[in-house]
Design a protein around this ligand. Structure first.
Ligand SMILES: [Zn+2]
Length: 306
């Protein structure tokens, strides 16, 4: 049931069509965003649905939590996350960070300047800096951006990107890792990024792949659906539509795991299959299944003059 004080219904955030199919109904999220934002609304009080856009194939959450409450939550949750790592800041999987930097170097040849949106502790930018890129980051977390500046000497701005963040500056590459699935008005963000992108620049995106076999096997219980933070579930068709909206060419697309080795992801996949059977037979009641081989990496190339 839509509680209009806290929640707002949305149409397809990519193509804005309201022609949609309900695919999962009354999803009970596992994170108490509204309680953490100071309300009395529990997860069970505020259920939501997942729709598939009949026009562009995008999957999306509706209703979503209003920005006023979600932003408050981000401040609390963000600081909670950094509280857990601040005594021992470290790159969780350094080999994945290096692989991502190699990927960008390999697929964005001739590029020099990089802007990462949501640069966090700066681990990826640091790897790109070693490769000779001129690196800049923006991140709303004071703790994370301060760490990136002090530890790696990176140029990082503690802010959310807006049209005043940079004066007369453009970049060859803009990176969005684990970002686009959180954004309520994704077309606004891509328009903003385009204003900072050189005429043949690239936007590199890593996000969940809602058309992956794993996501389809997990159906309603895919972990990716269980955070209120995630409101957009892209796939090849909808990311292509997003790029098309902004005069970007789909330069590269690959379905892959978010992180970790093939072996690790395979183990999660097998555990999920076992868990689905256990749920069906009534031995267990797993509420959700962890992530495995369920992401996509893509590059949109600017083919219009900016
Ligand atoms: Zn759509």
């Amino acid at each position: 049931m839509l509680n209009e004080e806290y929640l707002i219904a949305q149409d397809c955030p990519v193509c804005i069509s309201n022609d949609k199919k309900l695919i999962f109904k009354d999803l009970v999220h596992t994170c108490n965003v509204l309680k953490k934002a100071g309300t009395l609304i529990s997860n069970e009080d505020a259920t939501s649905n997942i729709y598939r856009c009949n026009k562009c194939g995008h999957k999306y959450l509706s209703p979503v939590i209003k920005n006023k409450y979600l932003n408050f939550y981000y401040e609390v949750a963000g600081s909670e996350y950094y509280d857990t790592i601040k005594d021992n800041p470290h790159d969780r999987i350094p080999s994945d960070t290096k692989k991502m930097a190699d990927f960008i170097e390999e697929n964005c040849k001739g590029s020099k300047s990089v802007l990462e949106i949501g640069s966090g502790m700066g681990y990826l930018l640091q790897q790109l800096k070693i490769k000779g890129f001129n690196c800049t980051g923006v991140d709303p977390s004071a703790f994370a951006s301060d760490f990136a500046r002090k530890e790696f000497g990176l140029e990082v701005f503690t802010t959310i990107l807006d049209s005043n963040t940079f004066k007369n500056r453009k970049f060859d590459i803009v990176i969005l890792c684990d970002v686009v699935e959180h954004i309520y008005e994704i077309n606004k963000l891509i328009s903003l990024i385009k204003a900072y992108l050189n005429s043949d620049g690239n936007i590199v995106i890593l996000t969940g792949n809602s058309d992956s076999i794993y996501a389809k096997v997990c159906a309603k219980k895919w972990l990716y659906f269980f955070s209120w933070e995630h409101i957009s579930f892209f796939n090849k068709k909808s990311i292509s539509q997003l790029f098309k909206n902004h005069g970007l060419k789909l330069q590269y697309f690959k379905a892959q795991q978010h992180s970790g080795s093939i072996w690790h992801n395979s183990k999660v996949f097998l555990f999920t299959l076992k868990s689905i059977i256990a749920n069906k037979l009534g031995f267990r009641n797993h509420l959700f299944f962890y992530m495995s081989f369920d992401h996509l990496i893509t590059i949109g190339k600017n083919v219009q003059q900016t």
